[in-house]
Design a protein around this ligand. Structure first.
Ligand SMILES: Cc1cc2nc3c(=O)[nH]c(=O)nc-3n(C[C@H](O)[C@H](O)[C@H](O)COP(=O)(O)OP(=O)(O)OC[C@H]3O[C@@H](n4cnc5c(N)ncnc54)[C@H](O)[C@@H]3O)c2cc1C
Length: 312
């Protein structure tokens, strides 16, 4: 969309058929408002009636940390969001090709093909998600437990997203029965009790959490979003980063900027979120998060994992 706004002719390859569900917490960081404004589709985004998320609660066993967002975050299903962005690009004049893009030697393409593998051997990580029906509120709740974490927050239409990420060994102990797995985690069972599942569970993985390595042909193309690197989902910033770097990539491609300069700027913008997420991940893995997180306001986790740039 950014390249189209810059007057470039755009051919958009997409191998999925929309609308479709996707494993994601579907929490959209407050800054997406500025990103959508910059892309000229803020009022159209609001017309999708995303839920407003004003509060966050982080659960570390029996301990909790609470925060209030200065500006509201949003909850919108990927079924709605991805379809919206795709149709918006088409309406703006993108020539759409509904099949896989394979030309990795192509010069000047924006490569937003999502996460890349392969996962290293060991206790692999998987993500899972379902929508539930029941009482909704304006908070996102994150439950951290041994072997993973899960988030609960409202999306559009009165639905609640329940999305988790856990090590294979922990999931295998419950035969990959996600509801049973979550019900056994401290605090989560109680949170989910009034809710009734409305969709099947979907899964994704194995997940590789890292910035880079650069995709094939990175010296000639503009990788964006998860193709640059996959940030820990507990940050709730993946979609924001994809919107931001997608816009940077579109503009760079339209203006013929040297891909190396574009990549350098991405590294500058994303270095802190990736560094801080790695640090928080290590704290979580240590099993001491409930103690180490005690003196730190929950807002810090939020602020330190945001990209360093102007979005408008
Ligand atoms: C368990 C989990 C929970 C998460 N929770 C959140 C959250 O709450 N909030 C948040 O902001 N982020 C969250 N994320 C991260 C977020 O989902 C990603 O950061 C975001 O989807 C990245 O967008 P993207 O466009 O780079 O990649 P994707 O969303 O993966 O999009 C890539 C697109 O490219 C298409 N594609 C791939 N290869 C090709 C090809 N060769 N040719 C044509 N098309 C192709 C795919 O079909 C897909 O539509 C979560 C991720 C996981 C795994």
């Amino acid at each position: 969309m950014a390249a189209l706004k810059d007057g470039a002719a755009v051919r958009l390859f997409e191998r999925s058929r929309f609308p479709r569900h996707k494993v994601c917490g579907e929490f959209l960081s407050p800054e997406v408002a500025h990103a959508f404004e910059a892309l000229g589709c803020w009022s159209e985004f609001l017309a999708l009636e995303p839920s407003r998320i004003r509060r966050a609660t982080l659960h570390f066993g029996a301990r909790q940390k609470r925060a209030r967002f200065e500006e509201p975050a949003f909850g919108l299903s990927r079924r709605a969001l991805d379809h919206f962005l795709f149709e918006r690009a088409r309406a703006m004049g993108a020539d759409v090709a509904l099949h896989k893009w394979t030309s990795e030697r192509e010069v000047g393409a924006v490569v937003a093909t999502g996460r890349r593998g392969p996962a290293p051997p060991g206790d692999r990580l998987f993500g899972f998600k379902a929508h539930f029906r029941g009482p909704v509120d304006d908070s996102v709740e994150m439950f951290f437990f041994e072997g993973g974490y899960a988030g609960v927050s409202a999306v559009e239409g009165g639905a609640t997203n329940v999305c988790g990420l856990a090590h294979e060994s922990a999931l295998r102990a419950c035969d990959f029965e996600f509801e049973e797995f979550l019900a056994r985690r401290p605090g989560l069972g109680q949170r989910l009790r009034p809710l009734e599942r409305a969709t099947d569970w979907i899964t994704t993985g194995p997940l590789v959490l890292a910035f880079g390595p650069e995709p094939p042909g990175a010296q000639r193309v503009y990788p964006a979003g998860d193709a640059l690197g996959f940030l820990d989902p507990f940050t709730g910033a993946g979609v924001l980063n994809a919107l931001l770097t997608g816009r940077m990539a579109g503009r760079a491609a339209a203006r013929g900027l040297e891909p190396a300069l574009y990549l350098r700027e991405c590294r500058r913008v994303l270095a802190r979120p990736f560094r801080m997420a790695r640090l928080f991940r290590a704290v979580l893995a240590s099993g001491w998060a409930h103690v180490l997180a005690a003196p730190a306001p929950a807002e810090w986790l939020f602020r330190w994992t945001r990209p360093r740039c102007e979005l408008s």
